[in-house]
Write a protein that binds this ligand. Structure first.
Ligand SMILES: [Zn+2]
Length: 413
């Protein structure tokens, strides 16, 4: 027996070596297939548009293969300016329009954009403004037959009384949805609806959530835009800390990758959103961070900045915003993380170009429309101190934006 065993040993080793070699080869091929293709060497461009003078976001991505993505379109009265800016850059088509959330400073300008260019696909998170959700949830409760309970009578819709108008966010949302429908674009919702079969149970019958879904848009030439949030279950109003709100917390967040270049677009995320991304160990590290919520003090937490580890932070905010954006506390946190800071309120449109690899010793180049006249590290004061307010702060709670300051007069009556 011992003799036979000894005689078998080389054969066993040979078989193991062959099996190991084949497995290694397929493993390596699988790994290579998982890797994004190398950058084509052409330029990818990102423009953080200046949609001031009040707050708003509108960010254009032009891929190395000239695919275009527009993330948000600025405020209601900024649509035409956004269109002008896009035409000046030279785009003729928007392949993807992404609405991060239902607030007017992100979708208000969308109808003008959607009416002005051929549009490929419109993507949003499918969440209506909270003021509309109340109507819908009442409706769906009526439709769903609850055992032993009489369905509640349908509320009669109240016609708007003279002078009484619908909230701005509702008007803006409706106009955006109408324009998206009329544009003939394809519509996709992110994240997609969670199906019952997606929720697995473990041996103890405890519900196990699948990993959060991602939507990966292939922009060509080795560039990808991956939508990574919101993650379900969506944040509710009750979960919000003072000063936060759930449309912001459920913003679409995306990561742009091209070779060694990466950019995280944080929408109007709240601290809770950031916390969720950090705790789920999602891939959020990026060279450039589009700072969440115009530099609000309720986001850009120390933990989040440490995980993203950006080299550059860009704040899209308005010179005459009422909210105290960007907050000094946020600027201090970014400064402590040693980032280079850019702001649309002080420097106008911000343009980033990259070939996805080092070129003349640089991975990317950033150009601003103008030089900042004041210190980029100085924050703004809010029109009101909202720190003592409890719960939900709706968009537009603060009334009309202040007019640009005039020369002070010292005359006394
Ligand atoms: Zn916003």
């Amino acid at each position: 027996m011992a003799k036979i065993r000894r005689g078998c040993a080389p054969a066993v080793f040979l078989i193991l070596a062959v099996v190991g070699g084949v497995a290694g080869f397929f493993g390596w091929r699988w790994y290579k297939e998982q890797q994004p293709p190398p950058p084509s060497g052409k330029e990818l461009r990102v423009f953080v548009l200046d949609v001031g003078p009040t707050d708003g976001d509108s960010i254009l991505v032009i891929s190395p293969e000239d695919k275009t993505v527009l993330i948000d379109a600025g405020d209601v009265n900024r649509g035409k300016k956004t269109v002008e800016a896009l035409k000046k850059i030279g785009i003729q088509r928007v392949d993807y329009f992404i609405a991060t959330h239902s607030h007017a400073d992100h979708i208000g300008g969308a109808p003008d954009v959607l009416n002005s260019f051929p549009i490929g696909t419109v993507i949003d998170n499918g969440l209506q403004p909270p003021e509309m959700q109340t109507e819908t949830s009442t409706e769906s409760a009526d439709q769903g037959k609850v055992k032993g309970k009489k369905p509640a009578p349908k509320p009669t819709p109240r016609p708007p009384r003279g002078g009484q108008r619908e909230p701005l966010s509702v008007i803006a949302y409706r106009n955006y949805k109408d324009a998206a429908g009329a544009s003939g674009a394809k519509y996709e919702k992110f994240p997609p609806d969670q199906k019952q079969e997606d929720v697995e149970t473990d041996e103890k019958g405890k519900k196990k959530s699948p990993p959060p879904p991602e939507m990966k848009l292939d922009l060509g030439g080795g560039a990808f835009l991956t939508l990574i949030a919101p993650v379900q279950p969506f944040f509710t109003r009750e979960q919000m800390r003072d000063g936060g709100n759930e449309p912001n917390a459920n913003s679409i967040i995306a990561r742009l990758d091209y070779g060694d270049f990466s950019m995280l677009l944080a929408g109007d995320a709240e601290a809770q959103t950031e916390q969720r991304l950090v705790s789920k160990e999602m891939n959020i590290s990026a060279k450039i961070l589009k700072v969440a919520h115009h530099g609000s003090k309720y986001a850009t937490t120390e933990d989040f900045v440490k995980t993203v580890k950006p080299e550059v932070a860009i704040i899209s905010d308005g010179e005459f915003n009422r909210y105290g954006h960007p907050a000094q506390a946020v600027l201090d946190r970014l400064k402590a993380a040693n980032v280079k800071l850019y702001r649309t309120d002080l420097q106008g449109q911000i343009a980033i170009t990259t070939t996805g690899k080092l070129k003349d010793g640089r991975l990317y180049e950033i150009k601003t429309e103008k030089d900042a006249k004041t210190d980029v590290w100085a924050g703004r004061e809010g029109q009101y101190d909202d720190s003592s307010r409890k719960g939900f702060i709706a968009y537009g709670d603060f009334g009309p934006p202040p007019k640009p300051p005039r020369e002070k007069t010292t005359k006394k009556k």
